[in-house]
Write a protein that binds this ligand. Structure first.
Ligand SMILES: [Zn+2]
Length: 157
């Protein structure tokens, strides 16, 4: 398998073709459902059946690629609201460890992956093995997913 940067990388970085900017503010998108609506960050529980409680904290202001582009006030807001979402995930799922991954290698719009790690885990002791496939992923059964979304929303209200 060949690894490469997205073909439209420049347009993704400039924000011109940023899927995060285009999908901003939706309660439900093809990847998950909003569990937190902050001033700086929206939190989304991911619906792919990949790792229980896997969520994203997404910067919701103007298009930003690196956290270094934020003002001090924005950076404080971004990380504090990200931690708020993280605390809810820890409380609800009680993982062994939570991982905070600010990557942006396929979607260069500032966001942080919140990945709970469990005793039963695909790669204990190592970074989570994200699969680099673009195809449709198996989804969490809808009823269970919506119940988890409700629980997290209530905790974050
Ligand atoms: Zn963007």
């Amino acid at each position: 398998m060949t690894h490469h940067w997205p073909e439209n990388w420049a347009a993704l970085v400039s924000g011109e073709e940023c899927d995060f900017c285009q999908g901003m503010g939706q309660d439900r998108n093809p990847y998950g459902a909003r569990i937190f609506e902050g001033r700086y960050v929206d939190g989304y529980l991911q619906s792919a059946k990949m790792q229980t409680g896997y969520s994203l904290a997404i910067w919701k202001g103007r298009h930003v690629v690196e956290p270094t582009e934020l003002t001090d006030e924005e950076a404080a807001g971004y990380w504090l609201e990200t931690l708020r979402v993280a605390r809810a995930i820890i409380a609800v799922y009680q993982p062994l460890k939570l991982n905070y991954e600010t990557l942006g290698n396929t979607s260069p719009h500032l966001h942080t992956h919140l990945l709970p790690r469990y005793v039963e885990d695909p790669r204990p002791g190592q970074p989570f093995p994200f699969l680099a496939s673009d195809g449709p992923k198996p989804q969490i059964p809808e009823q269970r997913f919506l119940a988890e979304v409700r629980t997290l929303r209530e905790r974050l209200a």
